[in-house]
Design a protein around this ligand. Structure first.
Ligand code: SAM
Length: 231
């Protein structure tokens, strides 16, 4: 199973690897799933299915050898519930391989947005804002996995550097990470100011060589322990 499969690029690769097996991609976005299904049909991949499903609603029972997710589960704040349903979905001796970015204060989206909030004195709008991303503390995440029936847990925090040729390209990337969510608590006129100030900050960070963002990703590998967890 591929959680948050998007347009299914990686799901299709997995179907190619396990050609005697079957792959299920789930995503909460109907448009992503439509594209993924279209792609699978156009290249005649048969051992795959794509389902519109919120990761919070996963309800499989000892069905999968492997649960995979790339760059998606940081959107799911109820991490314990998610890991429980992943564990229940795994066959005995099943595996997980999960990767997601850490949207902590060193992530460029968070650090630049924080600077903009400070320079425009917008702090009050964010007092009761529910931060949209799941950002685990490593030891707690390890303990959670262990308590929920995983063993051989290997969590690696790996630094990534992305290079952009222009501030506009960097803005596109940060839009895809969720910049728009920072606009939600603001009234309309402040939304415009926020975006202008954000772009100004990006331009200030840009040299003739473009700009670079460094951020951390978590890679989480583990195996289901012998406990028969399921429905
Ligand atoms: C950055 S994309 C990653 C897509 C794909 N895994 C890849 O690596 O190409 C994140 C995906 O997570 C999906 N997503 C976000 N929240 C979700 C949720 N609660 N349940 C299922 N999918 C979700 C989004 O719709 C989006 O397609």
């Amino acid at each position: 199973m591929d959680i948050g499969c998007g347009t299914g690029n990686l799901t299709l690769k997995m179907a190619g690897i396990v050609n005697n097996g079957y792959v299920t991609g789930i995503d909460s976005s109907p448009s992503m799933i439509k594209k993924a299904k279209g792609m699978a049909e156009s290249i005649l991949v048969k051992n795959i299915q794509f389902l519109v499903m919120d990761a919070g609603d996963i309800n499989f029972n000892r069905q999968f050898d492997m649960v995979f997710s790339n760059s998606a589960i940081h959107w799911i704040k109820e991490s314990e519930k998610l890991l429980k349903s992943i564990r229940a979905a795994l066959k005995q001796r099943g595996h997980i391989g999960l990767q997601f970015p850490l949207l902590n204060s060193s992530h460029p989206l968070i650090s630049i947005a924080s600077k903009v909030i400070e320079s425009l004195k917008l702090e009050d709008y964010y007092n009761s804002w529910d931060f949209p991303w799941f950002v685990p503390a490593l030891e707690e995440y390890y303990a959670l996995l262990s308590n929920l029936g995983f063993k051989d847990i290997n969590i690696q925090q790996i630094e990534n550097t992305f290079k952009f040729r222009s501030a506009a390209a960097a803005l596109d990337f940060l839009d895809s990470v969720g910049l728009v969510l920072f606009l939600e608590p603001l009234p309309s006129e402040r939304k415009i100011l926020f975006r202008e100030e954000f772009m100004k900050t990006l331009k200030n960070l840009t040299s003739k060589n473009g700009l670079e963002f460094t951020f951390q990703r978590l890679f989480v590998f583990a195996n289901a322990d012998e406990r028969a967890i399921g429905k």
